[in-house]
Design a protein around this ligand. Sequence first.
Ligand code: IMP
Length: 214
Amino acid sequence: MRALDGTIVVASHNAGKLRELAELMAPFGIEARSAKDFGLPEPEETGTTFEENAYIKAFAAAKTTGLTALSDDSGLCVDALDGAPGVYTANWAERPDGTRDFMMAMEKTEKALSEKGAVTPADRTGRFVAVICLCYPDGEAEYFRGEAEGTLVWPPRGTDGFGYDPVFLPLGHERTFGEMSASEKHGWKPGHETALSHRARAFQAFARAKLGAA
Ligand code: IMP
């Protein structure tokens, strides 16, 4: 496993993800610069797995900047929908004019669930998945995966977070991700046992492997 030093480019244009990754990195004193700082374009995500899409983003940023890059590819996998929207989670929010509308995406998910007759919490299980890819300019990559189990609720609850947070009730909790503060959603600081969110879990695996976190 290669050593990590200096500056990392975070290969994402998604404001919610950038904010969460910056919050998670802050205690480690890494200089995290965003893809936007370098004016990097958003590569097309043509993969069929979270790992493939994470690699496309991280490699594009590492190759262009000559720096180590970190990307996050994530999504919501609903069991009653055979894992959809999965790698197409962001696409479900896309409007014809290219803007994203997550209320519309949550409604689409709810419509698909009600068409399946999925009414009880047991019928509405799923998970958020995040794959962090760390990629070097020569193309070598390492992957760190995190998952958060939960159920889909309707109507949406809470205004914190981003994306599908207001409809995701993490297992063992009474409030949705949209009703949680950032630190509660991450559920992890260095030295704590287990993170809560998929992104914090993936980041925890990354921080333990690469940043010497406990
Ligand atoms: P992508 O990784 O850029 O393909 O986009 C993943 C999509 O999944 C995001 O646009 C969000 O809508 C959704 N998503 C990923 N992580 C979260 C999360 O922590 N909360 C809510 N939605 C999320």
